[in-house]
Design a protein around this ligand. Structure first.
Ligand code: NAD
Length: 441
């Protein structure tokens, strides 16, 4: 790919999400044309502005929004992020991903996402608490256990979820309101296993994909060399779990850079170093590399677990892995996807690979509604079942699409990808319910 083309690439997440949707649509020959606009665009976007007393005595007005992309299969589900650069377009794309993600793992949810434009690194705990409480008050009954259910996302955590629950509970006394939000602390209705659910789900999904024989000469994780970009919740736990499952973690990175060791890294030691020093960089007996070098590292599996659009037209050609497991949302751009396809590098798409988080959020919601507390064994058993089924269905759909392609269907495409297959399943599930519910008056 020449640099001019690479530079011209559009890195807007909504443009990427739209392209993926349009591409998947070309594989569906029985969609009702009139519902396409309804399926891709958000059903509803709420903007709120509210003033907050800051610690220094001043007043600052904040802007927040919540996008409900689709809720025909159940209440909206998706995180709330606090970030200075959060935009409506980004949140809309992420809300759409949630619709397809919940559909592909067959949860009774739709898709949602929210955000508040703020810089949590510059806000005190008290300011964050006041922002959260006021934001939830402004959203009012647009969120709720059966309408739209938030969860943590970038720079929001268990504490934020506890504030959301408490604020909503004060507005609805005398009801069981625990199911209004997931990702809560264990003591107030959180689920065991939620913290590592995304990484554990991606492990189960990868193991099943390999079992299906999708990656030539890689039937299991035994001895497989893995590189992980991002060492936060998803990345650090994935490194540990893949290591425990027999893989060798050869390179990892965070926002400060990366480290590698062909002999293999000990993920626990890497994490301890990061906790102490603020970065994975500098762990004794490792070589420092840049993030670009990490993405191009000689490995079998690459797990992008940091940000969106990390692998793009300008660096996709350098990827040497044979399988990419998308723990992050949208880590590959449109062109990166095409380059991987041309190079026969298999991509386990985000809506399957990282869906373990929302699966265990669903378990939390069910436990809350039924006043139950599951044990870890049950959570992991049920998670594996969901992930295995989603992978099997995706691979099966991919086989069907490939047969259709080989017999001449869809000549405009270069053949189906696993992302196409997962999206086709998800879109068909949502479209079927739209028609069955006959939602037009
Ligand atoms: P996190 O904040 O815990 O970790 C992010 C990590 O990425 C940090 O280690 C940070 O240093 C690193 N990072 C930031 N910029 C980087 C860069 N340019 N290069 C390399 N590393 C960089 O976040 P998380 O919860 O682990 O989420 C990571 C990704 O996984 C996001 O895309 C998120 O949407 C996705 N995801 C997370 C969950 C979940 O349950 N945590 C669920 C689904 C999807």
């Amino acid at each position: 790919m020449d640099m001019a083309t690479a530079k011209a690439e559009n890195l807007d997440l909504f443009v990427n999400a739209r392209h993926q949707f349009d591409r998947a649509l070309t594989w569906i020959d029985d969609i009702k044309v009139g519902i396409v606009d309804y399926l891709i665009n958000p059903k509803r976007t709420i903007h709120v502005r509210f003033p907050i007393h800051m610690d220094d005595g001043s007043i600052q007005t904040f802007h927040g929004f919540r996008v409900l992309h689709n809720r025909v299969r159940g209440p909206g589900k998706g995180g709330i992020r606090y970030h200075p650069d959060v935009t409506e377009a980004e949140v809309s794309a992420l809300a759409a991903f949630m619709t397809w993600k919940t559909a592909v793992v067959d949860l009774p949810f739709g898709g949602g996402k929210g955000g508040v434009v703020c810089n949590p690194k510059e806000l005190s705990r008290g300011e964050l608490r006041r922002i959260t409480r006021r934001f939830v008050t402004e959203l009012g009954d647009t969120i709720g256990p059966h309408t739209d259910i938030p969860a943590p996302d970038m720079y929001t955590d268990q504490q934020t979820m506890a504030w959301i629950y408490d604020t909503f509970d004060m507005m609805h006394p005398g009801e069981n309101n625990l199911a209004v939000v997931t990702g809560k602390p264990l003591e107030i209705g959180g689920s065991v296993g939620r913290n590592e659910a995304t990484a554990r789900g991606s492990l189960y999904a990868t193991q099943q994909l390999l079992k299906c024989g999708v990656v030539p000469d890689m039937p299991t994780l035994e001895g497989v060399r893995v590189a992980v970009q991002g060492y936060g919740n998803a990345g650090s736990i994935a490194a540990r779990l893949f290591h425990e499952a027999g893989a060798r973690i050869v390179a990892v990175s965070d926002s400060h850079g990366g480290i590698c060791s062909d002999g293999g890294l000990d993920p626990d030691k890497v994490l301890a170093h990061k906790n102490e020093e603020g970065s994975v960089v500098g762990l004794p007996d490792t070589t420092t590399i840049s993030n670009e070098e990490l993405l191009a590292y000689d490995c079998d599996i690459l797990i992008p677990a940091a940000l969106e659009c990390q692998i793009h037209a300008a660096n996709a050609d350098d990827v040497k892995a044979r399988l990419i497991v998308e723990d992050a949302n949208g880590p590959l751009t449109i062109m990166a996807d095409e380059i991987m396809h041309a190079k026969n590098i298999v991509v386990l798409p985000d809506i399957v690979a990282n869906s373990g988080g929302v699966v265990v959020s669903y378990f939390e919601w069910v436990q809350n509604l039924e006043n139950q507390q599951w044990d870890l064994e049950k959570v992991e058993k049920f998670l594996r079942k969901r992930m295995t089924r989603a992978v099997d269905e995706t691979v099966k759909r991919w086989t069907v699409l490939d047969e259709k392609y080989k017999s001449g269907f869809n000549g405009t495409q270069s053949g189906p990808t696993l992302r196409d297959a997962a999206l086709v399943t998800a879109i068909k599930r949502v479209a079927t319910v739209v028609l069955q519910r006959d939602i037009w008056p």
